[in-house]
Design a binder for this molecule. Structure first.
Ligand code: HEC
Length: 125
């Protein structure tokens, strides 16, 4: 009798645990992660993995053009900027105004999308 109860209860507990883990990984993407999709063709957020653009892992607080192993333009390397929130905000709105001659020409027109992307980048450290 006891044995039969456990054969029902234990698999049910295992299912519950699986359900929880599955729920986490299926969590909907944050607005920032969704907006960051437009950057992904050139940028990843994995440390040390550069694409057309440099890895944006830990970019918030980083000196512009400072990642070893990525071939920045001379303009980006010489810009003396630090990627704090305000600088990122200006750069994403008008990269060519902030770093004239930068090889990045991508513009994020929508202010809410810029904020969401910067929120997301702050979590990638
Ligand atoms: C078409 C390719 C492309 C897209 C799309 C793109 N970038 Fe870039 N990005 C680059 C390149 C190339 C550089 C290097 C520029 C240079 O060296 O002048 C760069 C540089 C940067 C830098 C400076 C990083 C550093 O280490 O100094 C930041 C920040 C950045 N991009 C953010 C973004 C974000 C956020 C998005 C999405 C909204 C985005 N980029 C979309 C190509 C791209």
């Amino acid at each position: 009798m006891n044995e039969r109860i456990w054969s029902v209860v234990v698999p049910a507990m295992m299912l519950a645990a699986c359900g929880q883990a599955g729920g986490d990984s299926a969590a909907p993407a944050s607005p920032g992660e969704t907006a960051f999709a437009q950057c992904r063709s050139c940028h990843g957020v994995e440390p040390g993995v550069n694409g057309v653009g440099p890895s944006l892992h830990g970019v918030v607080g980083r000196a512009a053009g400072s990642l070893a192993g990525y071939g920045y333009s001379a303009q980006m390397r010489g810009s003396s900027l630090t990627w704090d929130r305000a600088t990122l905000e200006r750069y994403l709105a008008a990269p060519q105004d902030v770093v004239p001659g930068s090889r990045m020409v991508w513009v994020v027109v929508d202010a809410a999308a810029r904020t969401a992307i910067i929120d997301y980048l702050e979590t990638q450290r």
